[in-house]
Design a protein around this ligand. Structure first.
Ligand code: BDR
Ligand code: CA
Length: 309
C-alpha cells in the first residue's frame, strides 16, 4: 500500500531537491504540501512549492501555512536561499490555485482520513504542525510519525547553539517535541555527513531530464557555499531527511530525550539531547547519529534518474 505523507516545508533550495525526490515516487501517496515561513516569507515559500511540484509534473494540493512563528519575530535565511527562496533558479510560473484549506486544516483533515497511517516530513520551522496540535489536540493519536529535519546534539548552524529550523520557531518545536507523537530527528549530526561530491553532481547533471538539471544547479551553487564553510561536498539537509522517509536504513538512530530551549540568551532553539539520560526522562525522539552516505547518494541519484536518463 502507498504510504500517505504530508510534506511540510519552506522551499528553500534543499527543500526543492527533497520535494523532487519523493513527489512522483509510486510507493508514496503525497496528500499535500504545506509551506511555512522559514527560508523566506510564506508567500514566497508557497509560490515556490506550487512551482516546484508543477515543474515535477505533480498536481498535489499546496495548502498555505503560517506567515510567522508562534510568538517570536520572523527570521528568514535569505543569505542562504536568496530573495526568492530559490537562489538563482527561476521556474515557470504555475497557474494552479492553492488549496482552499490552510495548512493546519489540511494536516488535520488528512490525519483523520489516514488515521495512524499518515506520516509528516517536516523540512522547515515547525509552526504549522504546532498550530495543528494546538487547534486539534486529538491529532496526537492520529499521526504515525513525524520526521523532522532540525536540531543538533552538538553545535548549531544559525547560532552557535541552534539549527535554523528549530531556532526559527523554538516555541513550535517545543510543542512538537513534547507532543508524544513518534518523532525522528534528523539534525546536523547526520545532515553534515550528507555531502554530495562534485563528481556525483556532474553525474546528476548528465541525466537527460529537466528536474535533474535544476537539482544539479542547486547542488553546484550549494557546493561553493559549503566549501567556504569547510565542507568538501554540498551538504543536503532536507534531502537526507527525505531519504530517511524513503528508506529508514539510511541513518542510524539513538532513542533520546530531546528538550527544546525557548528562552536562553545564547541558546534559544537548542535541542538539548540527553545523551547519557542524566534526567532519567523517557526518550521522545529517534535521533539520527550517523548516515550511510553511499545509500543516501543511491537514493538521490535513483530519484533523479526516474525522471529520465
Ligand atoms: C535547514 O535550514 C534551512 O535553511 C534548510 O532548508 C534546512 O531545512 C538546515 O538547517
Ligand atoms: Ca528547509
Amino acid at each position: 500500500m502507498k504510504k500517505p505523507i504530508i510534506i511540510d516545508c519552506d522551499p528553500g533550495l534543499d527543500d526543492a531537491i527533497a520535494i523532487f525526490m519523493i513527489i512522483n515516487n509510486p510507493n508514496f501517496n503525497i496528500r499535500a504540501v504545506t509551506p511555512v515561513a522559514g527560508n523566506q516569507t510564506v508567500d514566497k515559500t508557497s509560490k515556490n512549492a506550487l512551482d516546484l511540484t508543477d515543474y515535477a509534473g505533480s498536481d498535489v494540493p499546496v495548502a498555505i501555512g503560517a506567515a510567522r512563528p508562534l510568538f517570536k519575530k520572523l527570521v528568514t535565511a535569505e543569505h542562504v536561499h536568496g530573495k526568492t527562496g530559490l537562489g538563482d533558479i527561476s521556474l515557470p510560473h504555475s497557474h494552479r490555485a492553492f488549496s482552499g484549506l490552510n495548512a493546519f486544516e489540511m494536516i488535520y483533515q488528512e490525519a483523520e482520513r489516514h488515521e495512524n497511517e499518515l506520516e509528516i516530513i517536516a523540512l522547515g520551522p515547525l509552526t504549522n504542525i504546532a498550530i495543528t496540535l494546538l487547534k486539534y489536540p486529538d491529532i496526537k493519536e492520529k499521526i504515525k510519525r513525524i520526521t523532522i529535519m532540525g536540531g543538533s546534539c552538538g553545535c548549531g548552524n544559525d547560532t552557535p547553539a541552534a539549527e535554523f529550523n528549530i531556532y526559527a520557531d523554538s516555541d513550535a518545536a517545543k510543542i512538537v517535541f513534547d507532543s508524544g507523537i513518534p518523532l525522528t530527528m534528523v539534525g546536523l549530526d547526520a545532515t553534515h555527513k550528507a555531502m554530495v561530491y562534485e563528481e556525483e553532481i556532474n553525474e546528476i547533471s548528465g541525466y537527460n531530464n529537466k528536474v535533474a538539471q535544476v537539482a544539479a544547479r542547486i547542488l553546484t551553487n550549494s557546493l561553493s557555499f559549503c566549501r567556504k564553510h569547510g565542507f568538501e561536498g554540498s551538504v543536503m539537509h532536507d534531502p537526507l531527511a527525505m531519504a530517511c522517509v524513503m528508506d529508514p536504513s539510511v541513518i542510524s538512530t539513538k532513542k533520546l530525550r530531546v528538550d527544546i530551549e525557548t528562552k536562553g540568551a545564547f541558546t534559544n532553539g537548542k535541542t538539548v539531547a540527553d545523551i547519557f539520560n542524566v534526567t532519567g526522562k523517557k526518550a521522545n525522539a529517534d535521533v539520527a547519529m550517523d548516515i550511510n552516505r553511499e545509500r543516501f547518494i543511491k537514493i538521490l541519484k535513483k530519484a533523479m534518474m526516474d525522471y529520465g536518463v
